[in-house]
Design a protein around this ligand. Structure first.
Ligand code: MRU
Length: 347
């Protein structure tokens, strides 16, 4: 089952596995316009940093479908409008901007192509971004599995698997690879309030693959660690600053503190497309604020009084000093320092 699939030629459409319906229903959502995709990203029908980047790369083509004339100037204007529009869909995952910037550079460099040739070239590049993401996931899995001991309890947060990427995932790819290698592991999946990506999506992915797992509420993580049921914590990330501070789903900061307090290694798995070398530290990472209804009327049932004040940041930042190692497709970065990150990823 594919999370993201472009159907047809460069005038085709984007088919997404609608993650808002899981785990109860498996249904697909066809995006025919850039607005369809914008809305799908906003409401988390497609989500997870790499998946947002890959879908936006294809999504640009949706805004160029109606271009009939071979007018390159009009094509470029429309292209930049569509990519600026998609860039507004969500602010934190840098993979979105990374993918759009890659296409922008291509459009600027390939000025000799006609409009229709350029559109085909964009599809080729979107497919390359998709394929590279799959390869990066596999490499992250291979490197990361080395860090998972035999007979380990592994705690994870949010959803970082096949649903969050074009491949097998980031943190979950490590878990899948360790399991495939025959390591006896038991996964504790945080339910991940308020949108329950852990309960709805991670628990589902783990069960599909027959990996022993237990779903817990986020607030139980510290106690499960205290009971010595967790030997490793591993999460993904939406944006990693030059110094290694890593933004991820709200609750990740608390997990990094808890892991440190219990002497448990805390790993962050992410492809190089998640690193933002334009920013020095996590302080510069924009944190998405979401609708208060996600807290007060989650999934249709009112659970708080009318008019209650809420605070609903979708992400927080695990500081580099709490991260034992970063797992990337190029290898493992340990200790997590600006210099070590640059040495592995910036040459
Ligand atoms: O709001 P979401 O569901 O898009 O948040 C996703 C996460 O926080 C993931 O952990 C992150 O994108 C890394 S996924 C490979």
């Amino acid at each position: 089952m594919k999370t993201i699939e472009w159907i047809g030629d460069s005038t085709g459409y984007l088919r997404l596995l609608d993650q808002t319906a899981l785990p109860v229903e498996t249904k697909f959502l066809d995006c025919n316009t850039a607005k369809d995709l914008f809305d799908a990203i906003r409401r988390l029908s497609v989500r997870g940093a790499p998946a947002i980047g890959v879908s936006a790369a294809y999504g640009v083509l949706l805004g160029l479908r109606d271009i009939k004339q071979d007018d390159r100037k009009l094509f470029d204007t429309t292209f930049f409008e569509v990519s600026d529009y998609l860039a507004e869909s969500r602010p934190t995952a840098v993979n979105l901007f990374w993918a759009l910037d890659r296409l922008k550079k291509l459009v600027q460099n390939e000025s000799a192509l006609s409009a229709l040739q350029m559109r085909d070239r964009l599809l080729e590049e979107a497919r390359a971004i998709d394929a590279e993401d799959r390869e990066m996931c596999a490499a992250i899995g291979r490197f990361g599995a080395e860090l998972i001991p035999q007979n380990a309890g592994v705690l994870t947060h949010c959803n970082t698997g096949a649903l969050a990427t074009a491949g097998d995932g980031t943190a979950l790819s490590v878990i899948f690879a360790a399991h495939q290698q025959g390591k006896n592991i038991h996964v504790y999946a945080d339910e991940t309030r308020p949108l329950l990506q852990g309960a709805r999506l991670t628990a589902w992915e783990l069960m599909q693959r027959n990996i022993p797992s237990t779903l817990i509420c986020d607030s139980m993580a510290g106690w499960v660690m205290k009971q010595r049921n967790v030997q490793v914590v591993i999460t993904g990330s939406d944006r990693i600053a030059s110094n290694g501070d890593a933004a991820n789903k709200i609750g990740t900061y608390a997990l990094s503190v808890l892991a440190k307090a219990h002497g448990i290694p805390f790993y962050v798995a992410a492809p190089s497309s998640t690193f933002d070398f334009k920013i020095a530290s996590g302080e510069e990472i924009p944190i998405e604020q979401r609708d208060s209804k996600e807290i007060t009327i989650g999934f249709g049932k009112q659970t708080a009084p009318d008019g209650v004040n809420t605070y609903n940041p979708a992400f927080d930042i695990a500081p580099a000093e709490n991260i034992t190692a970063l797992i990337t497709e190029r290898g493992i970065i340990q200790p997590v320092t600006k210099e070590n990150i640059a040495a592995l990823l910036q040459n």
